[in-house]
Design a protein around this ligand. Sequence first.
Ligand SMILES: Nc1ncnc2c1ncn2[C@@H]1O[C@H](COP(=O)(O)OP(=O)(O)OP(=O)(O)O)[C@@H](O)[C@H]1O
Ligand SMILES: [Mg+2]
Length: 494
Amino acid sequence: MHNFDRVSVSLECRQVFADGQPQHIGARAFEILELLIRAEGGLVTKDHIMRTVWPNTVVVENNLHVHISTLRKLFGGKHGWIRTEAGRGYRLAPPAENTRVPVVDAVPVQAHALTAQRKWSLIGREDELAELRNLFEREVLVTLVGPGGVGKSHLALEAAAALACSRRIKLCHVDLASVTGRDKLMGTLLRALRGSGDSCNVESDDVVREIGARKLVLVFDNCERCVDELAELCEAIAASNAAVSMIVTSREPLRVACERIYRVAPLAVPDTGASESDLEACSAVRVFIARAHAMGTDFPRDLKTLRMVASVCGRLNGLPLGLELAAARAASLGIKGLLADLDRSLLSLSGGLRTAHPRQRTLRASVEWSYELLGEAERTVLRRLAVFPSTFRLEAACELATCEQLGHDAVLDCVVSLASKSLLLVHAAGLSKYYSLLDCVRMYAFEKLEEAGERMQVSKRYLSSPGIDTLLTAPRRSSPMALTIAAPATVPYM
Ligand SMILES: Nc1ncnc2c1ncn2[C@@H]1O[C@H](COP(=O)(O)OP(=O)(O)OP(=O)(O)O)[C@@H](O)[C@H]1O
Ligand SMILES: [Mg+2]
């Protein structure tokens, strides 16, 4: 993938993106663009362009001007990237005031993944991008941690591309979602670093040696299924090469000494009673409307409609994956129908991208991806916590989930571990901590509680324990860990 400020070009896929959105520039313009890119900033003469793009045909120069004008518009206009050398030809080079590197190559084998990940532009997240930029200056390994579908990968790729661009170094993105086991992990990484080749019997030393002293931005994406093996490798890489920047996304941290954890929270959802302009500016609302628009659905932008969209965002706790799936559903049900149906269909919303990984095709699949990685005790505690309609304290969780087989300390360990694995959200209020479940996690856990035949028993315990408190109003978003929880789902708890 070749990046030029807001424009990215994949020569392999013959695709052009501006701000992450696909652009259609026509075959001839693309051929000219390819010549300019391959010249790596060098002059491409008019003659050469005419002979290559229109072989065996005599055309007037005006044809060339038309296509150059299309490219010029795309690449920032008169003072943008397309530079004219009067009477001679053209070159693709940064605008005079732009000191950024013209081309950042991802390792070729990963180019397609990077294209696919960034086909939508990132909405909002300005604060997060600024915070990450600061972290990258200081840290060798930053792990973006958060619940499934919260936007870790998208944010990491955006931040990593900006970092690679500003440092003028290569970016290597490796999607590890389907990689389990040490052998497969090391083999996948070595192949990605080399761009191709044989990758049998690879040891972590081979990967470290391959990186050597190279200046690189490495993005290890979707790593929750290989945290143990990756943790060890990241330590070894950090010890051998201080010029490398490692960016990891995972639902659970690696827990190594050189790691800096960055928690990614869902998008902010609007307050009830927000004004029309506040609603329109809200990131969650913008993601929903952008996706609905991409599906061919348009809503009037009046206050009444925006409030309904805001309700949808609230019901999905501002989770971008949920917003995308809900937007797809709105194409057939309309916004009103979607809202009416959401309590019933939240976990099974579908119809997002056909190319999405199976774990991202429904919210149920997304939660299940994490649930499958839990031990038996963690599963038991999580499903019992589903009876809390809102935020709760640690003591309340222990009181509710403790039983003969699972003592107080064991439950406490499970709560801590569930929070670490992003299945529980942690809210800071002064020196105290509170916990809550995203609605999709709560609904999923409640289904599991029923399947385990524990619903009546746990619900009764919740109702009959005066010591069990819930904090019905969650703290506002005062820290990356805190977020606003929508009104409890209308799950039939009792
Ligand atoms: N700020 C945003 N603006 C626009 N789209 C977003 C934003 N954040 C996330 N998305 C979209 O939401 C979907 C889920 O995001 P992403 O894949 O980054 O989540 P994730 O946290 O990495 O999930 P997982 O844990 O399953 O890997 C993607 O299609 C992504 O493009
Ligand atoms: Mg991801």
